[in-house]
Design a protein around this ligand. Sequence first.
Ligand code: NAG
Ligand code: NAG
Ligand code: NAG
Length: 335
Amino acid sequence: MLLESLVLCFLSLVLLSPFATSEQCNPQDKKALLEIKKEFNTSEVLQNLWNPKTDCCIWVWIECDPTTNRVTGLVMKFDEPSNDIVGHIPSSVAQLPYLEHLEFNNLPTLTGPINPVISNLKHLKYLVISSTGISGQVPSFLSGFQNLELLDLSLNSLTGTIPSTLSQLPKITTLRLDNNKLTGQIPNSFGSFRKPGPEIYLSNNRLSGHIPASLGQLDLESIDLSVNRLEGDASFLFGSKKRTRILDLSRNLLAFDLSKLDLPNKSLTFLHLDHNYIYGKIPQVLNKVNALERFNVSYNLLCGEIPQTGDLQRFGVFAFYHNKCLCGSPLPKCK
Ligand SMILES: *[C@@H]1O[C@H](CO)[C@@H](O)[C@H](O)[C@H]1NC(C)=O
Ligand SMILES: *[C@@H]1O[C@H](CO)[C@@H](O)[C@H](O)[C@H]1NC(C)=O
Ligand SMILES: *[C@@H]1O[C@H](CO)[C@@H](O)[C@H](O)[C@H]1NC(C)=O
């Protein structure tokens, strides 16, 4: 009995700790967060969260630096699309000067442009605004972040062209602008990303014109330009010395000779080239790309026999069909 009451006594002390111990949260950061809560005042979820009487470093979506206790993360990420957060990106985020990770994810009722006050967040490493109703342009101030490693603006309603200055981001490792309504060309400057270059995802936009040949200077691990209106050559993206794993150029208007391609034959796991105007033959070297897991060259203008000595056949008819005169297993025999 005595032990039990001691335990109970101890437990109640722990549970009341917000009052018993000094709180970690920086008061200015807490003030800014409560402003954000006010800006999102229609949110039923937030109503019951972020209790002003408690330490903000233990609040949901908040990360604090363990030594300085400054708020370093505001990560509003939902597994399913949530219509609970309605309105614009709150201007009060600019009052969280130590933010390294700002994320709004799966919030279709978050609308308006990318708030320019974000440019004040000099410490940002990860900026994710994805699967929201955010519209307007990709702002050029984004290129000023000296520490930015991840820029993910995918699955929004962004319009306009891609700012050429993004290539100045000195630490970028992943650039996602896919699934928007971006127009114009891929900037020429993209060849001047710090080498080897970030993973680049630009699929499902309305990008047009030629892919800048300067991109061939990079050693990209992943590049996805699928479902756009890109035309002309893309052969410079390949290279046997490159470490490319994922190359997706499907559903464009690209036209180049596949026969002579020098493929990144050590690393390539994903090669989708379907729905273009690619011509020539399937190079023998593709036989030796052991790591290849996904492959599709359907709906092009390819000709000649599919290499029979390896096991390209494993990808089946649908990876090869609808070409000009491609033949041999898994397609019908060559005449
Ligand atoms: C939410 O905030 C706006 C602007 O601050 C205000 O006009 C509105 O009355 C508030 N709504 C509620 C439900 O508190
Ligand atoms: C990859 O391609 C290069 C150049 O074509 C060739 O020298 C090398 O043997 C190939 N590697 C493999 C594993 O096939
Ligand atoms: C290749 O792409 C075509 C056209 O989009 C599709 O019908 C087919 O299922 C794909 N095949 C494979 C193996 O991915």
